[in-house]
Design a protein around this ligand. Structure first.
Ligand code: PEP
Ligand code: MG
Length: 755
C-alpha cells in the first residue's frame, strides 16, 4: 500500500493542473482499492454546494453537472462532520440521496472521507462498491491519506487560479493567500511574475500575438542546444566510456526525435510563449518517464528537465526575451523575489511584492520596508505560473494577498489605500512635534535600520536616534566577513549622520533565519540553535573585530550604544563585556583616545525576562525584542505562514512579560526600550506607554503613525488601557478592546487604514 501511495502522490504532485490531478486520483484509487467507483466532490461555498468534479466508475457525463446542496446527501454528512463515513449499505442511511444521472443505484458499499486544508473542508473523496460491505481500517486509512494529499493539491490549485477555471464561481470571488507581513501598507495593481534564469518550473504562461515568430525563436534555441551538446559530446568523447557517451547521444535523440520539440511547437501555436510552452511539455514528458517501472528509465526524467533548462537558458539569452514592460502599478510575484528584482522596477511603478519564500527579516522585506512598498512574503501556497496580468491586492499589514479579488474587495482596499495616503499627508505636520502624551509625558521614538540607504529618510522623519541598527545586513550582502576597516566605515557613516543623537549598534545576530552564505550552519532547529551571541562568543575573533570597528567608528562622537542579542544566560553578558573591555584596552594601549560605550541587552528570550533584574544591574539599558520574544513565548515560528495567525505580540502573556521587563529595568534605574515590530504598531502604543516604556524603535514608515497615537492619549489613560489589556484572556479580546480605544480617541483612521 505504501509503495502504491508513494507512486500516486508523485503522479498527483506532477499533474499539470487540477483536472489532471483529480483524474489521476480517482483512477488510481479505484484501482488500488479494487472498488467500483471513486469520485471527488469539491465544496463551492459561494453556491453552497458540493459538485462532482471527477469520477472513475460513475457516468462521466455527470461530472460538472451533478452536485449536492450543502446539508444534503451523504457527501454533506462527511463534510459536516469532517470525519470518514463508512457504510455497508448506503441507501439505508437517512441522508442518502439517489441521483439518477450518475447511475448509482447499483452501489451499496460507501466510504467517504473529507478533504481538509487548514481546518477548512474543501471537498469529499468517495469510493463505492456494488455489493454491500464495510471497508476495513487499512482501507479507511489509505483513503484518508489520499485525501490529505489531495487537499494540498486543491489548495495549490485555488492559489494558482486554476480551480476557478475548472469550477467557475468557486470561492468568494478571488483567492486569498496567506503569508507573513513583509512590509506594511496596502498595494493594488497588476501581477508581474519574476523568475530566476533557467528555473523552468517557475516560468509563467504568457500569451504571444506572433506565434510564428515565437516558433522560430524556439527552433533556433533548440538548434543551439543541439550544437552545444554535440560539441560537448565530441570534446569529452575521448575521456568517456561508451556508456557515458550514450548519455549525450540520448540527449541528441530527445532533441531530434520530435516529441519534445513538436509538442512545444503545438503549444506555441496555441498562443503560449516559447518558455511557457516548453515548461509544460517538459513537465509532461518528465512525468511519463517517472511513471515507468524501470529505474533506469525513471532517471531519464531528470535528463528531460536538464534539456529543458538548457533550452530555456538559450531562449533567455536571445535578444527577443525582453520582459514585457512593467505595468503602471506593478505587483511583483514570484517563488523568490530578490532584492535585485525589486530594485529593477522603476519606483513609481512598484505597488507591491508577493513572494513564496522569504521572511520578515529577509533582504527583500527589509528593502521593501525601506522603500515603503507593501510586501507579503512566505506565501506557502503561492503558484505564480498563472498570475501574470491578474488583478492583485497586497495587504502588507495582515500578510494577505488577493488574486483577482471581487469588485467589493478591490473597492474596499482602494478606499483603504486612499485613506492611508490622506492620513500620511496629514501626519507630515507632526514631524517637528515632540512625541508626548496629552499631559506631557515624553516617549523617545527611534528608528530601526540596517541599511545605509535608510539614513536619509530616517533623519528626515524626525527620529531621535537609531534604536536598533542590525549589523548583520552588511555581513549578509558580502561574500566574506567584512574587514574591521570596512565595518568601521559603515558604522561611522551611521554614527556621524545621527550624532549627537544616540545610535544603538547591535552586535552580529546571524543564525536562525539570517544565514551567511560564507558561514553555513545546518541545524534542525536553527531558531533554537547557534544564533546571535552564541556564535560570536564562540568566535571571539569575529566579535572582537566587530567591537573594535564600533569603538573606532565612535571616535570623537560618543553617541554609540552597544546592544547584545539573544541573551539567555547572565554569563553571556559577562563574557561579552570582558571582550569589549579587552578590545577597548588594546585600542587605548595603541594610543587611541576612545570612550567605553553604554552597553544594553536585548530581552527576547523568556529566560531573560525572568532574569531582567540581574541583567539590569549589569548593563546600562534593556531593549525588548518583541519579534523573538513573541516567537519564543508563544512557541510560534515567526516566519511560518501556517501558524502566522497564532503569532501575535499582543498576546496578554507577551504583554505581561514586557511589563515585567520595564518594571525590572526601572527598579535599577535603567531605561527600557522596545525595538521589535510591536513598537511600530500604533495599536500597541497606548499599552506600551502605559507600561512606562522609555523609548520605542521602529521602521521609519511607522514613526509618524506612532507619534500620532502617542499624542492622543494621556499617561493615565494609557496606564488604564494597559492594565485592562494585560488582564484579558486572549489576543482577540485585546485587539477588539484596543480597536475600540483607538476609535474613541479619534484614531479610527489607524484601524481603517489597516495600521
Ligand atoms: C526582535 O527580535 O524583536 C528584534 C528586534 O530583532 P530581530 O527582528 O532582528 O531578530
Ligand atoms: Mg531578535
Amino acid at each position: 500500500m505504501l509503495e502504491v501511495l508513494r507512486r500516486i502522490v508523485q503522479e498527483v504532485s506532477d499533474a499539470r493542473d487540477l483536472e489532471q490531478a483529480l483524474g489521476v486520483i480517482v483512477q488510481r484509487v479505484k484501482q488500488a482499492m479494487a472498488v467500483d467507483v471513486c469520485s471527488v466532490y469539491l465544496a463551492n461555498y459561494h453556491r453552497r454546494q458540493y459538485a462532482l468534479m471527477a469520477t472513475d466508475g460513475l457516468n462521466p457525463s455527470a461530472v460538472g453537472r451533478v452536485s449536492f446542496r450543502m446539508g444534503d446527501g451523504l457527501v454533506s454528512v462527511v463534510a459536516d462532520t469532517a470525519e470518514p463515513l463508512n457504510l455497508a449499505n448506503a441507501p439505508d442511511h437517512a441522508q442518502y440521496r439517489f441521483v439518477a444521472e450518475t447511475g448509482e443505484a447499483r452501489y451499496h458499499g460507501f466510504l467517504g472521507v473529507p478533504i481538509v486544508h487548514h481546518r477548512k473542508v474543501l471537498g469529499v473523496l468517495v469510493v463505492r462498491q456494488g455489493e454491500a460491505r464495510c471497508f476495513g481500517d487499512e482501507e479507511v486509512a489509505f483513503l484518508v491519506t489520499m485525501a490529505a494529499q489531495l487537499a494540498g493539491v486543491i489548495a495549490h490549485a485555488e492559489a494558482s487560479g486554476s480551480l476557478a477555471e475548472v469550477q467557475p464561481g468557486y470561492g468568494f470571488g478571488g483567492l486569498v493567500l496567506t503569508g507573513v507581513p513583509g512590509a506594511p501598507g496596502v498595494g493594488l495593481g497588476t501581477g508581474m511574475v519574476m523568475y530566476p534564469p533557467a528555473r523552468l518550473e517557475a516560468v509563467p504562461d504568457r500569451q504571444v500575438a506572433d506565434t510564428e515568430a515565437e516558433a522560430v525563436t524556439f527552433k533556433t534555441a533548440v538548434a543551439t542546444v543541439q550544437a552545444e551538446i554535440e560539441a560537448l559530446g565530441e570534446r569529452l568523447g575521448a575521456h568517456l566510456s561508451t556508456e557515458e557517451r550514450a548519455l549525450f547521444e540520448a540527449y541528441s535523440m530527445m532533441l531530434g526525435s520530435g516529441s519534445l520539440v513538436d509538442k512545444t511547437l503545438e503549444r506555441i501555436r496555441a498562443g503560449n510563449w516559447a518558455s511557457g510552452a516548453l515548461r509544460e511539455t517538459v513537465s509532461q514528458q518528465a512525468r511519463v518517464f517517472e511513471e515507468m517501472d524501470d529505474p533506469y528509465l525513471r532517471e531519464r526524467a531528470e535528463d528531460i528537465r536538464d534539456l529543458g533548462r538548457r533550452i530555456l537558458l538559450c531562449l533567455q539569452r536571445s535578444g527577443r526575451r525582453k520582459p514585457p514592460p512593467y505595468p503602471e502599478r506593478t505587483i511583483l510575484v514570484g517563488e523568490e523575489i530578490t532584492a535585485t528584482m525589486l530594485a529593477e522596477v522603476p519606483r513609481e511603478r512598484l505597488a507591491g511584492v508577493i513572494s513564496a519564500r522569504g521572511s520578515r527579516s529577509s533582504h527583500v522585506a527589509i528593502l521593501a520596508r525601506a522603500m515603503g512598498v507593501p510586501a507579503v512574503v512566505g506565501v506557502a501556497d503561492l503558484a505564480p505560473g498563472r498570475m501574470e496580468g491578474c488583478h492583485m491586492v497586497v495587504d502588507g499589514y495582515r500578510g494577505r494577498a488577493y488574486v483577482n479579488p471581487s469588485l467589493a474587495v478591490r473597492a474596499e482596499y482602494e478606499r483603504l489605500a486612499l485613506e492611508e495616503a490622506e492620513l500620511a499627508a496629514g501626519l507630515e505636520d507632526l514631524r517637528d512635534l515632540a512625541a508626548e502624551t496629552r499631559d506631557g509625558r515624553r516617549v523617545i521614538l527611534h528608528v530601526n535600520t540596517g541599511l545605509v540607504s535608510d539614513i536619509t529618510p530616517s533623519l528626515s522623519s524626525g527620529a531621535e536616534g537609531i534604536g536598533l541598527y542590525r549589523t548583520e545586513f552588511p555581513f549578509m550582502v558580502r561574500d566574506r566577513f567584512p574587514s574591521e576597516e570596512e565595518q568601521r566605515l559603515i558604522y561611522r557613516q551611521v554614527l556621524e549622520a545621527f550624532a549627537p543623537r544616540p545610535v544603538v549598534l547591535r552586535t552580529l545576530d546571524v543564525g536562525g533565519d539570517k544565514p551567511l552564505a560564507y558561514f553555513p550552519i545546518t541545524e534542525d532547529n536553527p531558531f533554537l540553535g547557534w544564533r546571535g551571541i552564541r556564535i560570536t562568543l564562540d568566535h571571539p575573533e569575529i566579535f572582537l573585530v566587530q567591537v573594535r570597528a564600533m569603538l573606532r567608528a565612535n571616535k570623537g562622537l560618543g553617541n554609540l550604544r552597544l546592544l547584545l542579542p539573544m541573551i539567555s544566560r547572565v554569563s553571556e553578558v559577562d563574557e561579552a563585556v570582558v571582550l569589549l573591555r579587552r578590545a577597548h584596552q588594546e585600542l587605548v594601549e595603541a594610543g587611541e583616545d576612545l570612550a567605553l560605550p553604554e552597553v544594553g541587552v536585548m530581552v527576547e528570550v523568556p529566560a531573560a525576562v525572568y532574569q531582567a533584574d540581574i541583567l539590569a544591574r549589569r548593563v546600562d539599558f534593556l531593549s525588548v525584542g518583541s519579534n523573538d520574544l513573541t516567537q519564543y513565548m508563544l512557541a510560534v515560528d515567526r516566519n511560518n505562514s501556517r501558524v502566522a495567525e497564532l503569532y501575535d505580540a499582543l498576546h496578554p502573556a507577551v504583554l505581561q512579560a514586557i511589563a515585567q521587563v520595564v518594571a525590572a529595568g526601572h527598579r535599577h534605574g535603567r531605561p527600557v526600550s522596545v525595538c521589535g515590530e510591536l513598537a511600530g504598531d500604533p495599536m500597541a502604543t497606548p499599552v506600551l506607554l502605559g507600561m512606562g516604556v522609555d523609548s520605542l524603535s521602529m521602521s521609519v514608515a511607522s514613526l509618524p503613525w506612532v507619534k500620532w497615537a502617542v499624542r492622543n492619549f494621556s499617561a493615565d489613560q494609557a496606564r488604564e488601557i494597559c492594565r485592562e489589556a494585560m488582564a484579558m484572556e486572549n489576543t482577540q479580546a485585546v485587539r477588539e478592546r484596543l480597536a475600540e480605544v483607538l476609535e474613541q480617541a479619534g484614531l479610527g483612521g489607524l484601524i481603517r487604514a489597516g495600521k
